[in-house]
Design a protein around this ligand. Structure first.
Ligand code: HEC
Ligand code: HEC
Ligand code: HEC
Ligand code: HEC
Ligand code: HEC
Ligand code: HEC
Ligand code: HEC
Length: 339
């Protein structure tokens, strides 16, 4: 299984999306489409023009050593200014990445190259702080104080995970980019599907039936963006920073069985829905395997809110947010983070 997983190191999603986006699906799949639109996944990327965070925070500032940064709203744009007292760099932000619980990072263009902003907005702080990863570096120039250059491969990866329709044949096509995770990110060649359904070609209309995937295959599917077990096992990180990579954590749990649908990501999460934050709702998922009736191990301590004790929330350093440890286990206070 492991070897297979290594060989199958999933490529980034490369399926074409329809120019009209998910509007083309709504007519026939209204439920999936309306539910999906409301998720942070569907909003994982937006143009700075429409960023609610930047609209609601028209002036943001941050001081790092000699560098003073500000992001100021001017009509529909947001301008990043960095100054060290002598020189000043001014550049408009272009893309806002992230709409979830942690925060938002910006991408801007400078001298023909793309940069990731050194500062991100964090919901928990209500203001700017260093972007994750930036804590380990110190800017030597005003450009470095503004952001980190992203090169072609990483560009494709960032937009590949946070948008759809833009990566084709290994190339980035910004002109066809649809912001956010879309139907094609998970379902693949939806373009042909729509054409075939419209033409009444039942056979050509068939898409892979994702509801029939094994736990391992669903982990690989979600892992294209949430990272696969093998990516983390091979490349790390092998410390608390991997708590955000659920496929890796879940696979390392004793509950995990590659062939058992009861432990698929989609056993606990609606792929089209928002994250359910009522812990008791997950009890039935545990009970599908842990019950007296099945003669399997049951708990001598708790009868409900199982995930609250066995899937502890963990602080992700620098993210100003907590993630849920998907390595289901008996978690005792003071135990080191298992890896
Ligand atoms: C004109 C109606 C129509 C449109 C538009 C349409 N579909 Fe479908 N879709 C169908 C029908 C009918 C089926 C069942 C066909 C089959 O698989 O036998 C289907 C099946 C599917 C399935 C497979 C379900 C499964 O697990 O077997 C997926 C996924 C899907 N559609 C996604 C999409 C997406 C994404 C779009 C938009 C890009 C879309 N569809 C647009 C009619 C439509
Ligand atoms: C194409 C990339 C991609 C794929 C494939 C993908 N995700 Fe995501 N997912 C994201 C991104 C990006 C975010 C962060 C969205 C944000 O917060 O801006 C996210 C966020 C989430 C969240 C958190 C939502 C919240 O409320 O904070 C859940 C849950 C989730 N994904 C589940 C899944 C599951 C389950 C699968 C597989 C069926 C999956 N994802 C596949 C990219 C992807
Ligand atoms: C391999 C896929 C992948 C790549 C590449 C990627 N992301 Fe993400 N990103 C995700 C997923 C999945 C999440 C949600 C889970 C998490 O927060 O780790 C996420 C979350 C985020 C968040 C936090 C959103 C929240 O939940 O508040 C930000 C900000 C972000 N990404 C920015 C970026 C930027 C900027 C780049 C490129 C420089 C990038 N990401 C590259 C998959 C990816
Ligand atoms: C994050 C990945 C992901 C995204 C994005 C996504 N889907 Fe799905 N979809 C799935 C998975 C996984 C299943 C199988 C669900 C299951 O196990 O029951 C599925 C099932 C379906 C089905 C079949 C439902 C059934 O009852 O069998 C349809 C139709 C569908 N999706 C349409 C869409 C449409 C339309 C969009 C875009 C608006 C979309 N999906 C976006 C992952 C995704
Ligand atoms: C046995 C149930 C279960 C399974 C299986 C499961 N999750 Fe979760 N997941 C949860 C719970 C519980 C939460 C926390 C909900 C809350 O309190 O906000 C969560 C939260 C998340 C989040 C939000 C960020 C975080 O860490 O809190 C993401 C993203 C996510 N899961 C992705 C996945 C992916 C991808 C898979 C498959 C590899 C998966 N989950 C499998 C139960 C599960
Ligand atoms: C697919 C079936 C399945 C699901 C779903 C499942 N488990 Fe398990 N779980 C197992 C198996 C199998 C073991 C190993 C039992 C053994 O060691 O005999 C296990 C072990 C455990 C252990 C002991 C782990 C250890 O390190 O000793 C705990 C605690 C646990 N599960 C809690 C949960 C909770 C809480 C949930 C729901 C969030 C859950 N499980 C969901 C099958 C499952
Ligand atoms: C208040 C925290 C708490 C809650 C809630 C809780 N557990 Fe536990 N669970 C524990 C602790 C602590 C242990 C270890 C007990 C011991 O070693 O004697 C444990 C042990 C287990 C084991 C391992 C039993 C064994 O014999 O090895 C399983 C399986 C388990 N719990 C499942 C669940 C399920 C399913 C639920 C929800 C119905 C649940 N737990 C709710 C704290 C909790």
């Amino acid at each position: 299984m492991r070897l297979l997983a290594l060989l199958a190191l999933a490529p980034l999603p490369m399926a074409a999306a329809l120019p009209e986006g998910d509007a083309a699906c709504a007519a026939c799949h209204a439920t999936e489409t309306t539910h999906h639109r409301a998720t942070p996944m569907a909003q994982a990327l937006e143009k700075v023009e429409t960023s609610a965070i930047l609209k609601n925070h028209p002036t943001l500032t941050y001081q790092e050593g000699a560098y003073r940064s500000s992001i100021a709203r001017r009509q529909d744009s947001s301008i990043l200014t960095v100054t060290d007292g002598k020189d000043t760099l001014t550049v408009p932000l272009r893309w806002a990445f992230g709409r979830g619980q942690a925060g938002q990072t910006y991408v801007f263009e400078y001298q023909g190259a793309l940069y990731e902003s050194r500062l991100s907005f964090y919901n928990a702080l209500g203001t700017l702080d260093l972007t994750m990863g930036a804590q380990n570096t110190r800017p030597q120039t005003i450009v470095q104080a503004a952001g980190r250059r992203i090169y072609a491969l990483e560009e494709r990866e960032c937009f590949g995970c946070h948008s759809n329709g833009a990566v084709r044949g290994g190339q980035l096509h910004m002109e066809s980019l649809i912001p956010g995770v879309g139907c094609s990110s998970c379902h693949g060649a939806v373009e042909q599907h729509v054409e075939a359904v419209r033409a009444g070609d039942v056979k050509a209309a068939q898409l892979p039936h994702l509801g029939a995937l094994s736990a391992e295959d669903v982990s690989e599917l979600c892992g294209r963006c949430h990272r696969t077990w093998s990516q983390i096992a091979l490349g790390g990180p092998r410390n608390v920073n991997n708590v955000r990579f659920q496929p890796y954590r879940l696979t390392n749990s004793k509950c995990y069985d590659a062939a058992d649908a009861r432990i698929r990501c989609t056993a606990c999460h609606d792929p089209h829905g928002t994250l359910d934050t009522t812990l008791a709702d997950y009890d039935a998922k545990c009970a599908a395997c842990h019950s007296a009736a099945l003669h399997t191990k049951v708990c001598s301590v708790g009868k409900s809110n199982c995930a609250g004790c066995h899937m502890p929330k963990v602080d992700l350093p620098g993210a100003h947010a907590q993630f849920t440890d998907h390595q289901i286990r008996v978690a005792r206070a003071g135990d080191p983070y298992p890896n």
